[in-house]
Design a protein around this ligand. Structure first.
Ligand SMILES: C[S@@+](CC[C@H](N)C(=O)[O-])C[C@H]1O[C@@H](n2cnc3c(N)ncnc32)[C@H](O)[C@@H]1O
Length: 188
């Protein structure tokens, strides 16, 4: 097993260190439900996960996965874009997870997009509590293209350093556009 984890592994490592039983969190891209299940375990039966996806196929996969793991009771599945998350989430959240790109096994043309992703990150920055984090795994190249990655990188460079710490982990010697991990922590 490698010591240096890939972007998704890095995001899980950090989320695990922050999210505790009873917390309220958001999975901004439910997809096949792996991250929703991960979050649902962490928050426990007293916590809550809001999970967004625009595709019914993704929400159905997530629903089935959660039901199989007996974790559905603490998850609200929402068929809407994450750019509208503020319409559903009341109060502050401990963490927001983004796993960008398209649904594995699904239609590669229905992926996350620069404009809606940027809008959702900005809303997450409002919703997240102090010392809460926003984790973003950015896929690019291939069917995902570069537009969304460029928009996200442009946004994070401009975030006010007095209110947020922003970290980017990039793998510099790999081939085929390895995903990038971005983490944003709210400081006050
Ligand atoms: C890479 S997948 C997520 C994988 C997922 N986290 C998992 O554990 O399986 C990205 C998902 O984002 C969804 N998506 C695309 N645009 C979206 C939007 N505006 N709001 C919410 N989800 C969106 C896609 O439908 C797709 O299922």
């Amino acid at each position: 097993m490698e010591i240096i984890k890939n972007a998704l592994g890095q995001s899980h490592h950090l989320i695990r260190s922050v999210v505790k039983p009873g917390d309220i969190v958001i999975d901004a891209t439910a997809g096949n439900g792996h991250d929703t299940a991960f979050l649902a375990e962490l928050v426990g039966s007293g916590g809550k996960v809001y999970a967004f996806d625009i595709q019914e196929q993704a929400l159905q996969q997530t629903r089935e996965r959660l039901a199989g793991l007996k974790l559905l009771d603490r998850v609200e599945l929402i068929k809407d874009g994450h750019q509208n998350m503020d319409r559903y989430v009341a109060g502050k959240v401990k963490a927001v997870m983004f796993n960008l790109g398209y649904l594995p096994g699904g239609d590669h043309r229905i992926g996350t997009r620069g404009d809606t992703t940027v809008a959702a990150i900005l809303k997450s920055m409002d919703l997240v509590e102090v010392n809460g984090i926003i984790s973003i795994v950015v896929y690019y190249g291939g069917d995902s293209g570069f537009e969304e990655k460029d928009r996200v990188m442009d946004l994070i460079r401009k975030i006010d350093h007095r209110q947020f710490t922003v970290m980017k982990t990039e793998f510099v010697n790999q081939v085929n556009c390895p995903p990038i991990f971005v983490c944003i922590e709210k400081l006050y």
